[in-house]
Design a protein. Sequence first.
Length: 148
Amino acid sequence: MATEHFDVVVVGAGISGIGAGRHLQTRCPDRTYVILEGRARIGGTWDLFRYPGVRSDSDMYTLGYNFKPWTGAKAIADGPSILNYLHEAATENGIYAQIRFGHHANAAAWDSTTARWTVDATIAGGTPDGRTVRFSCNFLFMCTGYYD
């Protein structure tokens, strides 16, 4: 199996993964990175949970990004407003180009001899048992949230 190498592999394209991508681009512009997202869309919690009344229990001035201050009318925002904020942040900062949608990371292993991580991901829509692809990286950044 061929291995694609990046300096950094980020797992998850929710609020943390998008923020990680933005910070990697601005603070480490000479580093390559990819974001693996198991689902078909960004947003994590804010895309997954769509029940009526879903909202943050933290104010968005604290939860939001320092590079994109929250300007919404309500500090305790509802899910759709937060999801829109994440789409804006990802679009404005070119994050979408770095995301591999439908890539569910299912294994990661550190190799001390090469000083690299190997990450295996199953691609949604592949063969019935899923097609596996492999990535290697020097730094593995887990932004998977606390629901899975």
